[in-house]
Design a protein around this ligand. Structure first.
Ligand SMILES: Cc1cc2nc3c(=O)[nH]c(=O)nc-3n(C[C@H](O)[C@H](O)[C@H](O)COP(=O)(O)O)c2cc1C
Length: 233
């Protein structure tokens, strides 16, 4: 599966099979996080791997009682160490880069999980103090994202995304680019629409062709009948 396909068909999954995951599978997902870019390559984060049921239950409780989390056999808690980013980059390092780093890590992990047949869901809605307590983290770090991990036990519809034309501006805020979907390499939505149109036209076209053949056959049939009649006379 290439990266583009992986991004297109990954979905957030909120129901998992209880099938345990091997350390090899978990390791591949963790390693994808390790490869993610971080500001200044500081790598000021830790990932807490949680597999024990009691720990996962506490996490679900801390995540504003999102109990579906308990179906996941594995949880990865992505934790920022903001002080280190503050030392190097001041307030922006502490308040922004640390969080951005965790997001890049989570995305790498989510895509890799999907590529190896597993599913994830990022969870950002939780009480920070409760979550720290659930994973035994000290006050000077921040749990930024929880990633559920396991084999999917549901199929979910593809959520709508805005079209590129609606979300990209050219050179300055508010300046839309007309037909961006067709003028860039991003053909997906346009191609899909055109494919549908093409199929409909083909169906219509083939119906006409069929009618044409039918009409022609009737024509020939009539002519044969007439010539047979003439011969009898
Ligand atoms: C930063 C962030 C926080 C999220 N927090 C939650 C959450 O607390 N609970 C949840 O069920 N989904 C959460 N999600 C998942 C989103 O709802 C999901 O990505 C979105 O609906 C798009 O669906 P998709 O991932 O299948 O494309 C979060 C996603 C992100 C990126």
């Amino acid at each position: 599966m290439d990266v583009e396909e992986c991004m297109r068909c990954r979905r957030s999954i909120r129901k998992y099979l209880s099938t345990p995951l091997s350390m090899d599978q978990i390791g591949r997902v963790l390693d994808a996080g390790r490869l993610a870019p971080t500001a200044g390559n500081l790598q000021n984060y830790k990932v807490i791997l949680v597999r024990e049921r009691a720990g996962i239950q506490k996490i679900a409780e801390a995540a504003l009682q999102q109990y579906w989390i308990e179906t996941a056999p594995v949880i990865l808690a992505i934790v920022a160490e903001p002080q280190r980013a503050r030392q190097f980059y001041g307030e922006r390092g502490e308040k922004a880069y640390s969080i951005m780093n965790c997001a890049t890590i989570a995305e790498n992990m989510a895509l890799t999980a999907h590529a190896i047949g597993l599913a994830t869901c990022m969870v950002g809605a939780f009480d920070q103090d409760m979550m720290r307590a659930a994973v035994g983290a000290p006050d000077y770090v921040n749990v930024e994202l929880i990633l559920t991990l396991g084999y999917p036990d549901e199929k979910v519809p593809v959520p709508e995304r805005y079209k590129l034309t609606d979300m990209v501006f050219l050179e300055r805020w508010g300046a839309r680019i007309a037909n961006l979907d067709t003028s860039t390499r991003v053909w997906s939505t346009t191609v899909q629409k055109n494919l549908e149109k093409g199929k409909q036209l083909f169906r219509r076209g083939s119906k006409t062709l069929f009618q044409q053949i039918q009409d022609r056959t009737l024509d020939v049939h009539d002519k044969v009948k007439q010539s047979l009649k003439q011969r009898k006379r």
